[in-house]
Design a protein. Sequence first.
Length: 85
Amino acid sequence: MTKHSKHERERRAAEAQRVAEIERAWQDSIPAEVSAAFAASVQRAKERGPWQRPPDMAPGTAPRPPRPGREPKAKKDDATPRRRY
């Protein structure tokens, strides 16, 4: 856990309070039905939860198969070693 100084904690609390004031002022400035629709969409988003990351593919797996006729060549199998002179 990260420790923050007293000044940092006070600054963050004041910033959060100011943001809440701005949000209240904004919601008071728009029509009631628009505010209600916005609040409902925010509630649905919060209920939905965080975005789930898709599972990772195995290392070295191509994201899509090669086009027909463009498959990579098979590795050459050196059954007989080359002679060195």
